[in-house]
Design a binder for this molecule. Sequence first.
Ligand SMILES: Cc1cc2nc3c(=O)[nH]c(=O)nc-3n(C[C@H](O)[C@H](O)[C@H](O)COP(=O)(O)OP(=O)(O)OC[C@H]3O[C@@H](n4cnc5c(N)ncnc54)[C@H](O)[C@@H]3O)c2cc1C
Length: 474
Amino acid sequence: MATAVDAPAASRSAVDARYRAVSGWLAGVPEPLDPRDPLPGERRVDVAIAGGGLTGLWTAYCLARADPRLTIVVCERDIVGYGASGRNGGFQSAGMAGEARVFSRAGGMEAVRRAERAFMDGIDWVGAVVAEEGIECGWHKGGALRIATSPTQAARVEAGIAGRRARGFTEADVWEISLEELERRVRFHGAVSATYTPHCARIDPARLVRGLARACERLGVVIHEQTPVTAVERGRLVCAQGALQADVVIRATESFTRDLPGGRRRYLRLYSHMLQTEVLPPAVWDELGWAGCEPIADQRYHFFYAQRTMDDRIAIGGRGTSYHAGDRIRDGNDADEAIMARVEQALRFHFPAARDAAIEHRWGGAFAAPRDWSMSVVYDPRTGMGHAGGFAGHGLTGTSIAGRTLADLVLGRDSDLLALPWVGHEGRRWEPEPLRMVAANAISSILLSADRAEERTGRPARRVALVRRFIPGR
Ligand SMILES: Cc1cc2nc3c(=O)[nH]c(=O)nc-3n(C[C@H](O)[C@H](O)[C@H](O)COP(=O)(O)OP(=O)(O)OC[C@H]3O[C@@H](n4cnc5c(N)ncnc54)[C@H](O)[C@@H]3O)c2cc1C
């Protein structure tokens, strides 16, 4: 297994140290995190992209590969990977970034089946680019485990399988495994039942997004960091340093879209929190197993997710309330103490082999939930304006599909991707403040108390019915 090689600490700048503190993944990238040059002033280009996360960079990459003559510029407010793309759980899964009930409206269940299949195939598409471009991000397709830790969760896992089967997953796509088989894969305390799917890869997300940026640059894409976009308009991207005139303008700012003109109610910003242990010694791995590095998630409403990292740590994360007053994203790593404590508790309880492991990194990050929990890829050839986002915490495959699709739309190329149900899909907007703050906190509190009640009583918590229409299905 490869080991992360840090830049020599003595040679690091204060800016590098500030960005390394944003997430355990960014802390571990081998290259310095000193920003690329900002936009030097007014320029004219073919394609201007706001946001240096995976959506912006996959779009730039696919366009540059398809037409090397295009001049393409990406403007990033901080550094590449500062947003969710450099902070996430590293599950590149086939979990569709959208709801079957939403996507079936336009094309029926057949559209949903094609969409699910596109996510499954999308995992290998990313794997192929990672190999071709030599991106060392620990991409390893060993499948994923979903583990129920109570009988009520087990019932939800079964319902989830039935739902997936109805949407086109076969017996070869997801199946139940025995607790003995689970034990052979990983020693996990507290499992009641488990399923396995081969459709998931484990990655180090910061190394992926930053390696992708370098691949873009090799193709001639120009990336400006420390370049805040203040408005996304027809024919131009207005930046703090000047405007970029462009025939095509793409917004790829996901949860940060709220801070751009007109973006306030597009998404609900939700937070997920992660921690990383120290590098664990071979004796711990002997006890733990986990040779297949399958990412693991449970089935609580505020579920947790965990992976064995490419440098032999456990990285584990969980969701919970932390809708910030005024819906502001805080600078830096944005960790919430109470949620971090719950995540650490899950680590110590479910992975007893790591009971004494030191925690080296703790951080939080925002992702974007659209009102209908369903992603969008939108491009209008008359105005040259496009955007993609709303992956609702499932962006590692969704962003690459969005980038490939935006490239086809911009170039006017026909492809199977254009018939997928998120193309042209725009969900309705969220309610205005303070309604959405009250609602977001109430929903989260109800789900948290439902998890606790289910653990206490062993029965399904009926209070979830109150919020079911605001939360994603399974
Ligand atoms: C903690 C956490 C765990 C997650 N786990 C998973 C997972 O395991 N699997 C999965 O599939 N998905 C996961 N997700 C979701 C996934 O990370 C996102 O869906 C995906 O990274 C979105 O990519 P993006 O490029 O659209 O947005 P981002 O990565 O957020 O990129 C947006 C970029 O725009 C920049 N920006 C913002 N405002 C401006 C501006 N005004 N001007 C210029 N630039 C600007 C930001 O700095 C940022 O770099 C997780 C998310 C979080 C937060």
